[in-house]
Design a protein around this ligand. Structure first.
Ligand code: SAM
Length: 235
C-alpha cells in the first residue's frame, strides 16, 4: 500500500477516457510514443494501434512483469522497467497518466527534451498551478511550463474514474512543445522564485550583477522572469 501511494498508483478504469486520451494524442504511423507508467496497461495497447513504435516504462517490477506477459504479442511495443523520467529514448509524442508526486519533475524534464506534443493527466490543483494567470498563484513551474509548452485543457476527470480513487479530481492537458529550456535556466527560474519577495535589483546583487529595477518577482511578466534568469546566467 505504501508503494502504491508513493508511486501514484491510481489506475484509470474508464475505457471511454482512455479512448479520449488516445484520440487527443493524434498518433500517426510516423510517431514514436513514450508512455511513463504502464500501470495495468489501460492505455498501452491503444497507443500501439497507430504508432510506429511505443516505449512504455514502468518503475514497479511486478506491474512491468505483468505487462510483459499480457502484451507479449504486440510487435511495435517496447516495455521497459525503470524510471521513465530519465530515459534516453527519443520520442515524438509523450502520453502519461502521471504519478502525481512526479508531476513537477516530469514537466521540468519534458521542458528540456525535444518532442512534438503530449497528453498528460495531472491533479486538478497542479493543472491550475500550471495555468495560473495571477502572479500571486504563479509558481516557478508555471513559468517553466508556459515558456516550454502551449498548454490547453482537454477535460476534467472525476476521481471515481480511478481504482483506487485518489483524493482529488484530475485534468487531462494537451502540451505542445514551443521551446526547449536548459537545465540551468530551469534551476535559475526555481531560484528566482525562492527570492520572490526581493526586488530585481536585490536578486541580481546576490549574483554580483547590477540593476536599477525595483520591481519584485510578482510584478514581472513571464518573459521578464526569463530575461532575469538569462541575466543571472550571463557570464
Ligand atoms: N498508465 C496507467 C493508467 O493510466 O492507469 C497507470 C497510471 S498510475 C497514475 C502511474 C503509474 O506510474 C504507476 O503504475 C506507477 O507505478 C508508475 N510510476 C511511478 N513513477 C514512475 C517513474 N518514475 N517511471 C515509470 N513509472 C512510474
Amino acid at each position: 500500500m505504501i508503494k502504491r501511494k508513493k508511486l501514484g498508483q491510481h489506475f484509470l478504469n474508464s475505457k471511454l477516457i482512455a479512448k479520449k486520451i488516445i484520440s487527443e494524442a493524434k498518433i500517426t504511423p510516423n510517431d514514436i510514443v513514450l508512455e511513463v507508467g504502464t500501470g495495468l496497461g489501460v492505455l498501452t495497447p491503444l497507443l500501439c494501434e497507430n504508432a510506429k513504435k511505443v516505449f512504455s516504462i514502468e518503475i514497479d517490477e511486478d506491474l512491468f512483469q505483468e505487462a510483459k506477459k499480457k502484451f507479449s504479442k504486440i510487435h511495435n511495443l517496447s516495455l521497459n522497467f525503470g524510471d521513465g523520467l530519465t530515459t534516453k529514448e527519443q520520442f515524438t509524442i509523450f502520453v502519461s497518466n502521471l504519478p502525481y508526486s512526479k508531476s513537477k519533475e516530469a514537466i521540468e524534464w519534458l521542458a528540456t527534451i525535444p518532442f512534438s506534443h503530449g497528453i498528460i493527466m495531472v491533479q486538478k490543483e497542479f493543472a491550475e498551478k500550471l495555468l495560473a494567470k495571477s502572479s500571486k498563484n504563479r509558481k516557478a513551474i508555471s513559468i517553466i511550463a508556459t515558456q516550454s509548452f502551449e498548454i490547453t485543457t482537454v477535460s476534467k476527470v472525476g476521481k471515481n474514474n480511478f481504482s483506487p480513487p485518489p483524493k482529488i479530481d484530475s485534468v487531462i492537458l494537451k502540451i505542445i512543445k514551443k521551446n526547449n529550456l536548459s537545465k540551468n535556466l530551469i534551476q535559475t527560474i526555481n531560484k528566482i522564485f525562492s527570492y520572490r519577495r526581493k526586488t530585481v535589483k536585490n536578486i541580481l546583487k546576490q549574483f554580483n550583477k547590477e540593476s536599477l529595477i525595483d520591481k519584485r518577482v510578482d510584478d514581472l511578466s513571464g518573459d521578464e522572469i526569463i530575461n532575469l534568469a538569462n541575466k543571472i546566467l550571463e557570464k
